[in-house]
Each structure stands twice: as C-alpha cells, then as structure tokens.
Design a binder for this molecule. Structure first.
Ligand code: AP5
Length: 214
C-alpha cells in the first residue's frame, strides 16, 4: 500500500504515521526527519537546507525529489510506504507518481491555523526516537523524558511563533492545492484533525477501508 500524509505543520502527520505503522507493515519516509538528520550531521546538504528549515520555508522541489527518489528505491519500500511531509507541492506530487505509480490514498488532516500554532509551540520531540508530545495536550509521564525510550525531549528550532507562522503561510500558498489534486484523482481521504488522536486514526482506518473496497 502506498500512502501519503498531507496537512499543515502540526496537523498530526507524524503522530498518525506512528499509529499507521503499528497496523500496516510499510516503510516510513518522513522528509523533515531526513533533512533534520542531515542538519544534525552537519553534511553539505544539511548546511544547504538549515536556514530555510529554521525560518519556515520549503527546500527546493529538485532537491527533495532527488532525496525521495533515492529513498523510495530501497528494498523496504517494495511492499509499500507511508510518506510524511512529501509531496508538499503539486510538482512533487507529479514526480512521485513517476517514481512510484498511483497512490492508494492521500490522507489530508484538516486543522485550523489557531490550533496549529498552539500545537507547534507546545510540541516536545524525543531527541532519540522522534516520538512527539505536547506540554499540555499530551505530556510525557516524566517531565522532559520520552515515555517510549527514556531519552530527553527537545523543542524543534522551527517550533516558534515566528517560524510557525511562516510555515503555515507556506502551507497555504504551496501545499494546499494538493487537496484538490488528490480529490480529482479519487485518492483523497479528508479527516477532521481537531479530534483526539485515536479518533483521527479511526477515521483514517475507515477511509482507507472505503478506498480499498472501491
Ligand atoms: P516536517 O518535519 O515535515 O514538518 P511539518 O510538515 O511542518 O510537520 P510537523 O512535523 O511540524 O507536524 P506534524 O503534522 O507531523 O504534527 P505532529 O504529529 O508532530 O518539515 C520540516 C521542514 O522540512 C519544512 O518546514 C521544510 O523546510 C522541510 N521539508 C520537509 N519536507 C519537505 C518537502 N517535501 N519539500 C520541501 N521542504 C520540505 O503533531 C504536532 C503536535 O500536535 C505534537 O505536539 C502532537 O503531540 C500534537 N498532536 C498531534 N495530533 C493531535 C491531536 N489529534 N490532538 C491534539 N494534539 C495533537
């Protein structure tokens, strides 16, 4: 099965991807994680993209398509994948089809901007396994420590009001057209991302089952 998760920053793509991976045996590709790892390793690519990422812009289509094109050819993607954060533009969506063929579903998580900013600014991310928490909505059992692996939690550099606002504006101008793009292809599952995470997941499962049955 080939799935993509689309939605604004903080819509819950990473949260839902983790739930999907518990149910479906699929490769997981999160372009933001790949880029953050390059920044952390201080590679040429990392140095090239870090300023854009920290200020809330998008890295170029050409660069990200090259990265995904390389990753998607790996053995673990042969039986399907979940893409989180890609595509983010219609150009990326068109290139994805050339790389991987038609998708099974594009899951669009809909959340209002005011809630998104609250989520981003309160998010805490595990420095080791990438699990996400929220200071008030989803706190870890022990303050500052990941429930899943015991490593310290950190705040992402782009999880500020300033960068978050730019990221939301970038989403509306560049990524929002993906909703119509996938609706036209009949692959779109739109889910109310304001609900609690388990209910969101339940709706996603039902949406996938409906698409598969058709
Ligand atoms: P990326 O890492 O993909 O960031 P993003 O799209 O901005 O998404 P986030 O990871 O911030 O949010 P999410 O939707 O995964 O939400 P989460 O589940 O964590 O990209 C970072 C940067 O890399 C981009 O800005 C760009 O520069 C670059 N980049 C990446 N891909 C690119 C591409 N294809 N092209 C060009 N550039 C690219 O949840 C957020 C918070 O909300 C958490 O605290 C969570 O606990 C909480 N939460 C989640 N669900 C719920 C719920 N249902 N109710 C209450 N709280 C919830």
């Amino acid at each position: 099965m080939k799935l993509v998760l689309i939605g604004a920053p903080g819509a819950g793509k990473g949260t839902q991807a983790r739930k999907l991976l518990q149910k479906y045996d699929l490769a997981y590709i999160a372009t933001g994680d790949i880029l953050r790892e390059e920044v952390a390793q201080n590679t040429d690519l990392g140095r090239q993209v870090q300023e854009i990422m920290h200020t809330g812009g998008l890295v170029s289509d050409q660069l990200i398509i090259q990265i995904v094109g390389h990753r998607i050819q790996k053995e673990d993607c042969k039986h399907g994948f979940i893409l989180d954060g890609f595509p983010r533009t219609v150009v990326q969506a068109q290139e994805l089809e050339k790389l991987a063929g038609a998708l099974d579903a594009a899951i669009y998580l809909q959340v209002s901007d005011a809630v998104l900013l609250q989520r981003l600014c309160g998010r805490q991310t595990c420095s080791h396994c990438g699990a996400t928490y929220h200071q008030t909505a989803l706190p870890p059992q022990v303050n500052g420590i990941c429930d899943e692996c015991g490593h310290p939690l950190m705040q992402r550099k782009d999880d500020t009001v300033e960068a978050g606002s730019v990221r939301l504006a970038t989403f509306h101008s560049q990524s929002a057209p993906l909703e119509a793009y996938y609706a036209e292809k009949g692959h779109l599952i739109t889910v109310d991302g304001l609900q609690d995470a388990d209910t969101v997941f339940h709706d996603i499962e039902q949406g996938i089952e409906r698409l598969i049955a058709n």
